[in-house]
Design a protein around this ligand. Structure first.
Ligand SMILES: [Zn+2]
Length: 140
């Protein structure tokens, strides 16, 4: 299998290693500033609110709701031919207003998706072994 046949995968680096390590054990963790206590996604070397460099990796519930979404129908990478159509979503996590992350919504179709729908995180393994946080719709 060439690298073009393999869907791109994250490379844990630049301080994101704890995020990806947590995903590998089924945990969704984001950085929490130790000075102003604000949560942030994506990982960053300093707080965007108070510029503090001190943080911890806070364990989240993995629950949230959809704030926007799109269906990808055009494969932008050779490995995506087998995946389309798939859903890319923005999820606002319950722990903090405005704490949003980008991910995929699995086990559903575009016809079933509504803005505001409750979702929960789950994890899928990339062929290289790295687990990726993705979301699925909560039961009604
Ligand atoms: Zn801060």
């Amino acid at each position: 299998m060439s690298t073009l046949d393999t869907f791109p995968y994250p490379i844990p680096e630049f301080g994101t290693e704890p995020y990806w390590a947590a995903a590998n054990v089924g945990e969704l963790r984001v950085q929490r500033c130790l000075d102003c206590r604000r949560l942030r996604w994506e990982p960053a070397p300093l707080c965007l609110d108070c510029q503090s460099q001190k943080h911890e990796w806070a364990l989240l519930s993995g629950r949230g709701h959809l704030t926007t979404w799109t269906e990808i129908t055009h494969p932008v990478h050779p490995a995506a031919f087998a995946k389309v159509p798939y859903l890319v979503v923005e999820v606002e996590l319950v722990e903090q207003a405005g704490l949003k992350m980008i991910s995929n919504l699995i086990n559903t179709t575009a016809a079933q998706v509504e803005i505001g729908a409750a979702v929960s995180v789950t994890f899928v393994a990339h062929p290289n072994g790295q687990h990726l946080p993705v979301f699925r719709l909560d039961a009604p």
